[in-house]
Ligand binder design. Structure first.
Ligand SMILES: [Zn+2]
Length: 343
């Protein structure tokens, strides 16, 4: 409260505000910890994955017991945040963010923070934020490098910013990098300190926005390289493009897209995520009983887990989504899903 600009009024705004953090990996953990301790009243924490031992090198909200239990990240992050501040409302959401649920999640918050490891979902959030008039803070990191950028295109009018000075993500990066191009945490690794720095830069912009101090936001594409030991800042003034598909033409291509591919190889792990062909609600206890002849399955933390033939393991969530471990072959994962969960 002693800090200039963050007195009583700003503190009241923070307490009444809601941040949606999509992706509770390394970047998400860094940002969530700062948002919680800054007094943001409500945090909606979204992640589709579970904690694994190799995450602990950089994902600062989790401990060994979370990894041993294979706890869903969103649940473990919410537990940690409530341990920091029992008065904070932390809402875990163990879901895959898609065109079907993005608008609902984004519409319910004041700012969206990017903790993602894939571009397609990032562009989907960019679409949702611009179309629904929300602020979005982009963040990304791989190897020793990371970037962050506030997307104020959705709130430019309300904030008195010129459209040209409030670009969206697609004004700056028009297209999603094609699969197989560019590094991922799978191929290049991630340096722990770089995600702390990028997560802090993103959290700083989110806290300023939620406190009603958009005037203090760093309106720049900010980047850091901890191998070359460089920090760069490219101002975003004038970067908004009238011909941008998203904020210019208001064609929300990612928000309007159908889920084309039901399988995704998970970054950094020997695992594939498989989505159900249509929205479903699975009775996990009944499925456990059906799978009893195959092996011992457990229902815990909202998912069914167990080993399946072919040296693979299966984690099934109530929304029909599954993570198949022990393979990076989408066909084998799909086959296991269809065989044991049912298509
Ligand atoms: Zn744009």
């Amino acid at each position: 409260m002693i800090l200039p600009g963050f007195g009583t009024e700003a503190q009241d705004r923070l307490r009444a505000s809601c941040a949606l953090v999509v992706g509770c990996g390394a970047l998400g953990c860094a940002a969530i910890d700062l948002l919680a301790r800054a007094g943001v009243g409500r945090l909606v924490l979204v992640d589709r994955d579970v904690v694994e031992p190799t995450n602990l090198q950089r994902q600062s909200l989790y401990v060994d017991a979370d990894a041993r239990a294979g706890a869903p990240k969103a649940e473990a992050a919410a537990r940690r945040v409530k341990a920091i501040d029992p008065a904070l409302r932390a809402e875990p959401c163990v879901e895959h963010v898609s065109a079907e649920n993005a608008a609902e999640l984004v519409g319910d918050c004041d700012v969206v923070v990017d903790g993602l490891d894939n571009y397609r979902t990032r562009y989907l959030l960019n679409d949702a934020a611009v179309s629904l008039g929300k602020a979005f803070v982009h963040a990304g990191a791989v190897a020793f490098r990371g970037t962050s950028m506030p997307v104020l295109a959705g709130v430019a009018g309300a904030a008195g910013l010129a459209r040209a000075d409030a670009p969206c993500l697609r004004c700056v990066f028009p297209d999603v990098p094609p699969p197989g191009e560019g590094e991922t945490c799978d191929t290049a690794g991630v340096f722990g300190p770089v995600v702390a720095a990028v997560g802090a830069q993103a959290a700083a912009q989110a806290i300023k926005l939620l406190a009603g101090r958009i005037d203090l936001v760093d309106r720049a594409l900010w980047s850091i390289d901890m191998a070359g030991n460089r920090v760069a800042r490219v101002p975003l003034a004038g970067a908004g493009r009238a011909d941008c598909a998203c904020c210019g033409a208001r064609r929300f291509e990612f928000l309007g897209a159908q889920v084309a591919d039901r399988c995704a190889v998970l970054c950094g792990r020997n695992a594939v995520q498989v989505l159900p062909p249509a929205p479903v609600a699975i009775d996990l206890a009944a499925l456990r009983d059906r799978l009893a002849s195959i092996g011992a399955f457990d229902v815990r933390d909202g998912m069914l887990v167990g080993e399946v033939p072919g040296a693979m393991s299966l984690a099934v969530f109530a929304d029909g989504r599954a993570i198949v471990r022990g393979t990076v072959d989408p066909v084998a994962a799909r086959a296991a899903y269809d065989r044991f969960v049912g298509a």
